[in-house]
Design a protein around this ligand. Structure first.
Ligand code: PEP
Ligand code: MN
Length: 356
């Protein structure tokens, strides 16, 4: 299904000039923190301020947001700093409160876009209102669910829509807090070319050092904008302290960005190469997982006095994988070669365990 979209049409802002930037603290904490951060951001040229009023937290007992009490603070930001304001809504009550206080832009969080019941409730509450809504990707890497969330809003008449790519939840948190899996937002762009996509480097990286490189990567991939967490005193933030940057650091990061507006061949070549890098990373992680399992098998064989190489099993693997390769458009000899190498390394690792 096609979405019926209109340009974001944000008053006083040319939303087509890349990057469209939204910045502000993870959470609104106090009137003073909100206003101080807003003034610093505005002085650095930021025109749209984000701040979470209701915070979805993984575990109970943490800071769950100041709630409705924070909405007048955002109203002051709008009136006194001339900025547009944005906050997260997760249910119909939030939507109603934001509309009452004239919040300019709403966003849907990653835990909410993963939940069709919540999405439908929000869409129903928005029926008849014309407000821009940004939809974060669901926590799980499911493009259909992301598009489904956008469709529910669109069916309710919301046409000023954009997507936010904030990475995907993973069990193994290594480099990223939420690995980007860039091929998913790239596929979203291919499926719905007129939908603006913003990148949220703060929640992808989870660490402030990663904000700058992720912003650059998003620009290189042709994203339309950035939503970055920025706090007047990041280390004292009540949520997501490690990933927030000061408004001055943010200005520096934005200034250093190279914006390539020529979306011609080199740009798409670059995008394809990033996809290759992403797939190679996944291949390496999968190989490492396979070796871990191999070593566990090695421990088992040692305990049960079994030999390392079980010829029948090896032949079976080579034959099966060769046939699978042929079904996937590769020569079976190529796949057999690869699996011979993988097997060789597995054997070497198991022998090491036997000799321990
Ligand atoms: C946030 O933007 O502060 C937030 C809670 O993000 P996400 O929904 O992406 O986790
Ligand atoms: Mn946050």
């Amino acid at each position: 299904m096609e979405l019926e979209l209109q340009p974001l049409n944000l008053p006083g802002i040319d939303a087509t000039r890349r990057p469209l930037v939204i910045a502000g603290p993870c959470s609104a904490e106090s009137e003073e923190q909100v206003l101080t951060t807003a003034l610093q951001l505005a002085a650095n040229g930021i025109r749209i301020m984000r701040a979470g009023i209701w915070k979805p937290r993984t575990k109970p007992g943490g800071f769950e947001g100041v709630g409705e009490a924070g909405l007048p603070w955002l109203r002051r930001v709008h009136e006194e700093c001339g900025m547009l304001t944005a906050t997260e809504v997760a249910n119909a009550t939030h939507v109603k409160a934001c509309l009452d206080y004239g919040i300019d832009i709403l966003w849907i969080g990653a835990r909410t876009s993963a939940n069709p019941f919540a999405m439908q409730e929000i869409a129903d509450a928005l029926q008849g209102h014309d407000v821009p809504v940004l939809v974060k990707n669901p926590v799980n890497p499911d493009l259909e669910l992301w598009i489904g969330a956008l469709q529910r809003l669109n069916n309710a008449g919301i046409q000023r829509l954009a997507a936010i790519h904030r990475g995907f939840s993973s069990y193994d948190k290594r480099i990223y807090r939420n690995p980007p899996m860039w091929h998913i937002p790239i596929e979203l762009r291919r499926r719905i070319p007129s939908l603006p996509i913003l990148c949220d480097p703060s929640h992808i990286g989870g660490r402030r050092e990663l904000v700058a490189p992720l912003c650059q990567q998003a620009m290189d991939l042709g994203f339309d904008g950035l939503i970055v967490e920025s706090h007047c005193q990041p280390d004292c933030a009540w949520s997501d302290a490690k990933q927030q940057v000061t408004p001055d650091i943010l200005e520096f990061i934005l200034e250093k960005l190279t914006i390539r507006n020529d979306l011609s061949t080199t740009e798409s070549l670059e995008a394809l190469r990033r996809q290759i890098d992403e797939v190679d990373n996944q291949l390496l992680e999968l190989l490492a997982t396979r070796m871990r399992i191999s070593r566990e098998i090695g421990e088992y064989k040692k305990e049960h006095n079994m030999t390392v190489v079980q010829t029948m099993r090896y032949t079976e693997i080579l034959e099966k994988r060769g046939a699978q390769g042929a079904l996937n458009g590769m020569t079976s000899s190529f796949i057999r070669d690869i699996f011979e190498h993988i097997h060789e390394e597995s054997v070497a690792q198991q022998i090491e365990i036997m000799n321990k």
